[in-house]
Design a protein around this ligand. Sequence first.
Ligand code: PEP
Length: 247
Amino acid sequence: MRRLLIGGNWKMNNGIEETIKFASGIKERKLSTEGIDVFVAPPFTSLPEAVRSFKGTGIRVGAQNIFWEDEGAYTGEISSVFLKELGVEWVIIGHSERRTYFGETNAAVRKKIEKALQKQLKVVICIGETEEEREAGRAKEVVEKQIEEGLLGIEYREENLAVAYEPVWAIGTGKTPHPEEAQEMHSIIREKLGNKGDGIRIMYGGSVKVHNIKEFITQEDIDGALIGGASLDIGGFVEMINVAKEI
Ligand code: PEP
């Protein structure tokens, strides 16, 4: 049985003050994460405060990106060594916003995953097709290629790696696939992952909200959710965690 994994991707939201408020809100609500894994991924500048503030809440802290070198002349980049030093546990790699706005390729994703795992960070690799690709009937081919080029052949322990299937057209749009369609894609992804597939958590992401999370995470091959916009609301995030806990 795979343990459910719920992640809150804050994107470029929540500075230090808001991070403190968010963590206090979580503490006031006496949240328990027993039986599931939960993390939030704040922007880089909020990470030190997040690591401090979320201590004891059961919520782990993740980053939204890393660079694949340890240090050096890479202006503007952040190394996995620095994240490890802070006490960050997770890192999201290959989010569609990074692929779209910052030209991140499968080859770059691969190098980042290799480095993150080598430094004992847990990785969520994001994959998913665009609307155009889906309409052209290429969704399966696109995610398979993302896995093949970005991940296959890398050594990892199953508990240190999760895949987030995030159809690009569902991110931040309020549109979602039918949960059964998502399930179908998840089962394709699991098969593509090969003999380790059974132990790897595959999260669904794309307009997950309080009202629809249950129908996604109760599907056989959906092992949690990566939540963007809706994770910024403390009450809603707690509610979604509670839904996951009851499954
Ligand atoms: C995301 O950023 O990973 C995401 C799924 O965003 P949203 O939930 O806002 O669609």
